[in-house]
Design a binder for this molecule. Structure first.
Ligand code: C5P
Length: 236
């Protein structure tokens, strides 16, 4: 089994991110660079992570007109990231353009295409907030609708809450890669996460990749914390 742990490097400086990556490389499957770190440290943090041979998940949730998203995806391919995110709410043409750009830009430079992941409904949004923006207020139904649209648009993966895995698995092809944040072990603080599964529960439910932030990077010893999680997966 591949190592499914992706550590969210939600730290403000490139130096801190790199220190964590140096400690954790070899123990985890890769690192997620989100908007905070990317806005602080820029593309150079991605290059530095790649120099350590770490897989990089660039989580910038692109959402724009198809042409702009296609160019942003091509730029991410140049940076040699292994996964990236787009908002499924950007629509079918936007998602198709993202996937096509990932394939074409990678082919040109002879690299495997990164996995373009669709983000459905942000887990911070509830039914009232969906109504306010004029969207189907039933969160589950909206997630299913966007998941199906992502598949029709040619995406090969989705980000979803661990509690959505089972339902999504029923309606998407079994090859679709599911990436889940909201992961907490029995002894972990919940922080602001409300609906969580443990690492082994999420894998059993059908997740392919686990995004884990604070339980690893905020632990007194991040490497030991990551090793414990990795062991909990092999012994489950
Ligand atoms: O620290 P924690 O494990 O809660 O970090 C989870 C990571 O996953 C953060 O980078 C957060 O932004 C991201 N995320 C999330 N829930 C979503 C989408 C992304 O927690 N629905």
């Amino acid at each position: 089994m591949q190592n499914p742990i992706l550590v969210a490097l939600d730290v403000p400086t490139g130096a801190e991110a790199l220190r964590l990556a140096q400690q954790l490389a070899g123990v985890v499957g890769g690192f997620k660079v989100g908007s905070e770190l990317f806005t602080h440290a820029g593309p150079s943090i991605v290059r530095q992570l790649r120099e350590l041979s770490c897989a990089v998940f660039l989580d910038l949730k692109f959402h724009d007109i198809p042409n702009t998203v296609a160019k942003a995806v091509a730029a991410a391919v140049q940076l040699d990231v292994q996964m990236l995110t787009v908002h499924t709410g950007g629509g079918r043409a936007m998602m198709a353009a993202a996937e096509q750009s990932a394939q074409e830009a990678s082919r040109k430079i002879g690299r495997p295409a990164p996995l373009v992941l669709g983000v459905t409904v942000l887990t911070s949004l509830n039914s009232n907030e969906l109504s306010e923006v004029g969207v189907e207020p039933n969160v589950g139904r909206q997630v299913e609708r966007l998941a199906e649209l992502a598949v029709k648009s040619g995406l090969r993966g989705l980000v979803c809450s661990p509690l959505e895995i089972a339902r999504i698995r029923e309606i998407v092809p079994s090859t679709l890669q599911l990436v889940t944040p909201g992961i907490r072990g029995p002894g972990d603080k919940l922080d602001d996460q409300k609906r969580t599964l443990s690492p082994s529960e999420a894998i059993k439910a059908g997740s392919d990749w686990l995004v884990i932030g604070r339980p690893i990077y905020a632990a007194p010893d991040p490497k030991t914390a990551a090793q414990r999680i990795a062991e909990s997966l092999t012994t489950a």
